[in-house]
Write a protein that binds this ligand. Structure first.
Ligand SMILES: Cc1cc2nc3c(=O)[nH]c(=O)nc-3n(C[C@H](O)[C@H](O)[C@H](O)COP(=O)(O)O)c2cc1C
Ligand code: SF4
Length: 594
């Protein structure tokens, strides 16, 4: 590093006021300036923040988007998910390999390109898709690749951004808007309605609406806000979980790109209700392309008095929002990991209790809610609790945004009332041939046709919104294996049951998929899966075995058919062998299961 570079890195540290909690931003800025974070830069950052360099190293090593050594100037990250693979991502990868003369994971010798796989980038309805230095390419066909590479080469050499890159851009994914998204939603409208009430009354309205968190777990939002408001602290914080890392989920991307003011209205309403002055949006690194538009929306709100001092003229209510960009780690969607990441640390989950409502960001009371939850809160304030309860079921009020992808004619985001059956959703999206539906992503449930009458609702199939549809031509067990691989890549490695267990589960599934597993092997895989569920420290490990356990329960015949031939004649049926799994999953089998 030259003396000039040292000055530059020192200036970057100073730009963030040498604040330790902004380490993630500092490293992100250095990475984007130099393409990697050198040993020398680590030393300069550590000195500027007055921390040991090991702390910087520790943080850096955690995130997929940081490099310690120079890589290609043009970084092609191709999305690898069961959906992208079935839409042709493998052929697209081969086309890139041929055009660049390198294999996946390699750099071109001239230092121009790096080609690699990455986890789901939130484009399941527009696969095969890729991130190229933060820009998104969608619906890539192998035949497009030579032109894409030529255009990228020209950009790299000329440092010019004049020529359009083929396939660049994200089309709107919203196919069906319902009451939540089709009503009037002028910036600040719902906020003004909320400010006419007291903070306690706002929380009462949210509770009366029976709104439950849209991130998947379904915790009552009014209760969360009340607990946070009641907790003692110097500051209270509002955090918006925009990590959206669950493969197959892309509805928060739609809300952030098409309804940012509803999201920010909802956060500001929460700020008022909680007595908070600061809001934080944790935006996944894969959505960096939304950064400028979101910052512009915040700027407009400040100009309109919807953020800043005395919001909307309400004397004494000061509130502003900061966006924190993530750096490629699925675990950072888990709320306590997200808070660690917001504080500029590696995103390792915290022990709970205490819950974030009591001690969250900077150890202060923090409400963490999903993007869609804030949108619902905003609309409830404008339209009333009874209006919201008028949709959905008794235990799941309102509507839900579902991101539907895979083997269906009309993939995209659909706003549907809670209580809709899987069958009805398939009819809506043109997925009549479905032979298997994965609800709520890899950590959710595998649903077989005999269960397509089940309902999308917290009391039946609860979901964050991911719905992946697979036709009869797909190999269900191969999909379960790909999900098992996803969890191996995404385990944070902190606890043994998850770190080692996910690897062993993948090995077990590999053996099953290639037809080398005996009944004993399958049963051992099931036992291990249950152990990982029980012993893992956080939600990631506790749900990582779900693709295996729920496909075993929904498709026992497929496992039996794939068993090594001639090994021995089983004396128990697979369904009997899986009784434990059913118990751990906490759902009684339906008659046809056994
Ligand atoms: C591994 C893991 C990943 C998660 N990812 C997300 C996510 O991307 N977005 C989200 O809103 N919630 C995610 N959650 C759930 C959050 O921990 C938390 O429950 C949620 O943000 C609360 O908001 P809500 O009450 O509005 O749903 C994840 C949980 C786990 C265990
Ligand atoms: S369960 Fe997995 S992700 Fe969670 S703490 Fe353990 S290793 Fe990390």
């Amino acid at each position: 590093m030259t003396p000039g570079d040292t000055v530059t890195v020192e200036a970057i540290v100073a730009e963030f006021a040498a604040d330790r909690s902004r380490l993630l931003d500092i490293v992100e800025t250095v990475q984007s300036r130099y393409g990697y974070v050198s040993d020398a830069a680590v030393q300069v950052i550590a000195a500027g923040l007055r921390i040991h360099s090991v702390e910087v190293e520790d943080m850096l090593s955690f995130y997929a988007f940081f490099d310690r050594h120079p890589r290609g100037r043009v970084r092609i990250r191709l999305s690898k998910t069961p959906i992208s693979i079935m839409k042709g991502a493998t052929d697209v990868a081969h086309a890139f390999e041929a055009a660049l003369g390198i294999d996946m994971g390699e750099d071109t010798p001239d230092g121009a390109f790096t080609l690699q796989w990455t986890s789901d980038i939130g484009m399941a309805d527009q696969e095969p898709a890729a991130l190229v230095n933060g820009m998104v390419l969608t619906a890539i066909k192998p035949g497009d690749v030579p032109t894409i590479v030529a255009a990228l080469r020209q950009h790299d050499f000329q440092q010019s951004h004049g020529q359009p890159i083929p396939n660049a851009g994200v089309k709107s994914s919203l196919v069906q808007a319902g009451p939540l998204l089709s009503g009037p939603s002028a910036a600040g409208e719902s906020l003004i309605a909320a400010l006419a009430l007291t903070p306690d009354q706002v929380i009462e309205v949210i509770s009366a609406s029976k709104l439950r968190g849209r991130g998947g777990a379904g915790f009552p939002t009014g209760t969360k806000w009340r607990l946070t408001r009641k907790s003692k602290g110097q500051n209270h914080y509002v955090a918006c979980n925009a990590d959206e890392g669950e493969p197959g989920t892309f509805k928060d991307r739609v809300l952030l790109s098409e309804f940012p003011h509803l999201v920010f209205d909802g956060m500001t309403i929460a700020g008022y209700a909680l007595g908070a002055r600061h809001g934080l949006v944790y935006l996944r690194g894969e959505y960096a392309y939304l950064w400028d538009a979101l910052q512009a929306a915040l700027k407009t709100r400040r100009r309109q008095g919807l953020l800043g001092s005395n919001v909307c003229g309400h004397v004494g209510f000061d509130f502003d929002i900061r966006i924190q960009l993530g750096a490629g780690a699925y675990i950072c969607g888990e709320e306590s990991s997200m808070i660690e990441s917001l504080e500029g640390k590696r995103g390792a989950p915290r022990d709970r209790p205490p819950f974030p409502t009591e001690r969250g960001y900077l150890q202060q009371p923090t409400a963490v809610d999903n993007v869609e939850t804030y949108v619902c809160a905003a609309r409830i304030m404008a339209m009333g609790a009874a209006w919201f309860r008028g949709y959905g079921t008794a235990a799941s009020s309102g509507t839900k945004l579902m991101g539907v992808s895979g083997d269906c004619e009309r993939p995209g985001v659909y706003e549907v009332p809670f209580g809709i059956t899987v069958n009805e959703l398939l009819d809506l999206t043109g997925g009549a041939d479905a032979a298997y539906v994965q609800v709520s992503g890899p950590s959710g449930q595998s649903v077989a046709p005999k269960d397509f009458g089940r309902r999308i609702a917290y009391e039946d199939l609860s979901t964050g919104g991911s719905t992946m549809v697979f036709g009869p031509q797909r190999d269900v067990l191969a999909v379960a294996l790909q999900f098992a691989e996803f969890f191996v890549d995404e385990s944070c490695g902190w606890c043994v049951p998850c770190r080692v267990g996910t690897t062993l589960l993948r090995q077990g599934m590999e053996k099953i998929v290639v037809g080398r597993a005996t009944l004993a092997d399958i049963m051992a895989t099931e036992t291990l899966a249950n152990t990982v569920v029980r012993m893992s420290r956080c939600g990631l490990g506790q749900t990582a075995p779900n693709p295996i356990l729920t496909t075993m329960r929904s498709f026992p015949e497929l496992y039996e058919a794939r068993m090594q031939s001639g090994s021995f004649v089983p004396r128990v049926t697979l369904s009997e062998a899986l009784a434990d799994a059913v118990q751990v999953q906490g759902r009684q089998p339906v008659a046809e299961d056994i």
